[in-house]
Design a protein around this ligand. Structure first.
Ligand code: DMJ
Length: 588
């Protein structure tokens, strides 16, 4: 990093303009003193004020912009909700389809059927030595259905029909297998007008996964040996399971019950939520580890990032999946969002960026448990902006159907709060794209007064920990083709029609094209987002095709494609239909 990044240059500019603002304020004082003058003065003042209204953004406009999260007037010709345009941007949508094909065709050429793809060495690999389980094929197939890629879809389906097997004598992660493979099969089932092949495979997989729930508490074990089948504990974390992992199976298992009429999937998944509800710490927060013997939280980090994220995501989505008929999930979601606002949401020191901190447990000298606030935000947290906005117009709304965009009087106080925070979090996630590549790093830290860093050591608002001139890239500096920011942009666009969200998504897409695309086929992770030319890591994560390109496609597609009123996305972006349940929630 020999040159200062755009972010560093901008932060210097921000300093200049904030000191400039003090010279402006005296010009407002004559208006406040005007009461000592006669009526003529008021007329002059009114004229001056009118001019000011036209020349400068007025407070009402600023409020509206804060509400919508963008320069509404500039992004909508004519302005206002009446002119919301949610039709396709065909050229950009088709560019995303071309990118998906560039990724898929390379995988199909070099590694068809393997779990993972390495686009630089042109090789595939499997999660275990026992052989593959269709990780990439199944994770990608519903994107083909959504994009209308029929030839690719037929070949992928044929592979699932003739080659896919779950008789693999090895341990597979319960959560990852559920969200990618079970979720992918169920979504393909729904989007293919209920092709029985996908349901047969989904049921086979779910029956094997059910063995993980055989614990004293009912919390599923982290791994499953698919061949036996048998649940297996994680030997790296004895006695423990991760909160996000046990609480991110429910959409898939509940959907399976609806399509098979077999209650047991629903009951097993719901029991987990009852255990979590009983164990939740009073403020509504959930540490990232639980003890599966007793079903209790153990002191561990509280965060919206890894091992915490999709727990919060699925609280809302379980409420939405059953057409808002289960008040328990609304209550759990509302409690959690209030706790997040009270304990984790912070503002950065200079630009006032809204971000989420982590709470790290520590023992005091007296042996008491204390929580240290750490200003670290994973890229994973960027799902939260869109999720909060979606929660605001559903769980946080006073009407069943809000307008696009919603008006504040359609929302509860909590909905207004969540909408505003969601808008701001998306802005923050976009700010983390202010790097040499335009790609966001895996983890950012925000500056706090006690961090001991000088302005020469780190930029003023956020920085990549461990990034030093001449040093090897830190773990935090990577971009591994993650989807969370574009996921939020897609939701925000559908809920507002604000073109700014499409523009931001297009910028991210172009950065992926420029820095991650491999000419011979596929896309690769980038080791350091703040260094050009980039160095690649030889890996194309499956969520590029299941999530990142799907959300980008949907951002530019017509809003009638997978409408948010009819589908809920699992955490791997596999859409599942919203339904009216025939089963009543069994806990309160
Ligand atoms: C995906 O596998 C899922 O979105 C999961 O919930 C979190 N991480 C990845 C994508 O970043």
């Amino acid at each position: 990093m020999s040159e200062p990044t755009l972010r560093q240059r901008k932060q210097n500019l921000a300093k200049t303009s904030s000191s400039g603002s003090t010279t402006k304020s005296p010009s407002r004082s004559p208006v406040r003193k005007a009461s000592s003058f006669g009526p003529g003065f008021y007329v002059v003042c009114c004229l001056v004020l009118s001019a000011v209204v036209f020349l400068y953004p007025n407070p009402a406009t600023e409020l509206l912009q804060t509400w919508l999260g963008a320069d509404w007037g500039a992004s909508l010709p004519g302005g206002g909700a009446d002119s919301v345009d949610l039709t396709a941007d065909v050229a950009k949508r088709d560019a995303v389809v071309a990118a998906f094909k560039h990724a898929w065709l390379a995988y199909e050429r070099d590694a068809m059927g393997d779990d993972e793809y390495h686009p630089i060495s042109h090789k595939g690999s499997n999660l275990t030595e026992a052989g593959g389980i269709g990780y990439t094929v199944v994770d990608s197939i519903d994107t083909m259905l959504i994009m209308g890629l029929d030839e690719e879809y037929q070949r992928a389906r044929e592979w699932i029909k003739t080659k896919m097997t779950l008789d693999r004598d090895a341990n597979f992660n319960t959560f990852e297998t559920t969200i990618r493979v079970l979720g992918g099969l169920l979504s393909a089932y729904h989007l293919s007008s209920e092709d029985p092949l996908f349901l047969e495979r989904a049921t086979d997989l779910a029956d094997r996964l059910l063995t993980t729930f055989e614990t004293p508490s009912g919390l599923p074990l982290s791994n499953v040996n698919l061949a036996i089948p048998e649940g297996r504990a994680d030997s790296n974390s004895p006695g423990l399971v991760s909160t996000a992992e046990v609480a991110t199976l429910q959409l898939e298992f509940r959907d399976l019950t609806m399509v098979t009429d077999e209650d047991m999937y629903w009951r097993k998944a719901e029991k987990v939520m009852a255990v979590i509800k009983a164990a939740t710490m009073p403020p509504g927060l959930a540490p990232i580890y639980m003890n599966y013997e007793q079903g209790r939280f153990v002191p561990s980090a509280i965060r919206l990032g890894s091992r915490g994220d999709s727990y919060y995501e699925y609280l809302l989505k379980q409420f939405l999946q059953t057409n808002r008929t289960e008040p328990i999930y609304r209550q759990m979601y509302e409690n959690a969002m209030t706790a997040i606002h009270n304990h984790l949401i912070q503002k950065s020191t200079t630009a006032g960026l809204t971000y989420t901190s982590e709470l790290i447990p520590e023992r005091t000298q007296e042996g008491e448990l204390a929580w240290r606030l750490t200003p670290k935000q994973d890229h994973l947290v960027c799902f939260l902006g869109g999720s909060l906005m979606l929660g605001a117009v559903t769980a946080g709304a006073v009407v069943d159907k809000v307008s696009i965009p919603p008006s504040p009087n359609q929302l509860l106080e909590q909905g207004i709060r969540d909408w505003s925070t969601g808008v701001e979090l998306i802005k923050t996630c976009m700010a983390t794209h202010d790097t040499a590549t335009g790609l966001a790093p895996e983890i950012v830290h925000f500056r706090i007064p006690s961090d001991g860093l000088s302005e020469f050591m780190a930029p003023t608002d956020w920085y990549i920990k461990g990034a030093r001139k001449g040093a090897p890239a830190s773990y935090d500096a990577r971009y591994i083709l993650r989807p969370e920011t574009v996921e939020s942009l897609f939701i925000a666009f559908r809920l507002t029609g604000d073109r700014r969200y499409r523009d931001w998504g297009w910028n991210i897409f172009q950065s992926i094209e420029k820095h991650c695309k491999i000419a011979s086929g596929g896309y690769a992770s980038v080791i350091n987002v703040d260094e050009v030319p980039v160095t690649h890591e030889d890996k194309m994560e499956t969520f590029l095709m299941s999530e990142t390109f799907k959300y980008l496609y949907l951002l530019f597609a017509d809003s009638s494609v997978i409408p948010l009123t009819q589908y809920v996305f699992n955490t791997e972006a596999h859409p599942l239909p919203i339904f009216n349940p025939t089963i009543r929630t069994g806990f309160s």
